[in-house]
Design a protein. Structure first.
Length: 252
């Protein structure tokens, strides 16, 4: 299986939904669908804001505690960027179907199992945001997410961005960070054993990945290799939406 190193997306391709998107990156392919604002059951409605319902479906089998954990993380994150106060007593439903995941690898002749819930989280969040944009729901900001693993390398540790399943399995800790388009941290989840200094180092790398570089005094943009991935992902979202709008308006 060839892991797609460049992000790919397709918008508004599903029928009978208000918005949809398929997002592929780092070995994951997620299909997202958004409906809303729609009528909500009276027992679930909130008098001053919309209810955000997130459903994560695995690539095979039925969902379990892993999917419930991911749903709670995604729901709490999306509620911070959707203008839910504009749609009281309604429901915004986000469905995320996993279609492809990275293949498992062998570590010391033992098959690596997907024991962690977090590696797929950045792809799920990005798919959800693209689906919300496809549905034309008002947002305060968009999101950019990245994952990092801290791996022992002799006497020191190294930080690997977008690690493979093998690297995640052999790492000391694994981290997921999400930043808004206003460069504000909105999600930070970690697993494993790490010190505060290691967490600070991982946060610094994630911030360079997700937040665009600052402009210099002469108007140029200061960029380094670490910042290219996050900047490219932000630009990818913008170019994807521009392409969809241009396609929709092509007949005029």
């Amino acid at each position: 299986m060839t892991v797609n190193s460049e992000p790919e997306a397709l918008l508004s391709h599903l029928q009978n939904t208000d918005g949809s998107a398929t997002f592929s990156y780092n070995g994951y392919t997620i299909v997202g669908a958004v409906n809303g604002p729609i009528e909500v059951q009276r027992r679930d409605e909130l008098p001053e804001e919309a209810v955000v319902d997130v459903i994560v479906r695995p690539a095979a089998g039925v969902g379990g505690t892993r999917e419930r954990h991911l749903e709670s993380l995604i729901q709490s994150t999306l509620r911070q960027i959707i203008l839910i106060n504009n749609f009281p007593r309604t429901l915004i439903q986000v469905i995320l179907q996993v279609t492809t995941a990275p293949e498992n690898e062998y570590v010391n002749a033992k098959l690596v199992q997907g024991s962690s819930n977090l590696p797929i989280l950045p792809a799920l969040l990005q798919t959800a945001v693209l689906s919300l944009l496809s549905a034309a729901l008002p947002l305060t900001a968009t999101l950019t997410s990245t994952s990092l693993a801290i791996i022992a390398d002799g006497q020191s540790n190294k930080i690997v961005v977008n690690p493979s399943p093998r690297e995640i399995e052999t790492s000391q800790s694994f981290h997921v960070f999400s930043f808004t388009s206003h460069d504000e941290l909105i999600l930070a989840e970690s697993e494993g054993s790490f010190t505060m200094k290691e967490w600070d180092d991982a946060f610094a790398v994630a911030q360079r990945q997700c937040c665009p570089p600052a402009a210099t005094a002469d108007g140029d943009t200061a960029m380094d290799d670490d910042s290219l991935a996050g900047t490219g992902l932000k630009q990818f979202v913008r170019s994807t939406l521009e392409g969809k709008i241009a396609s929709d308006l092509h007949w005029k």
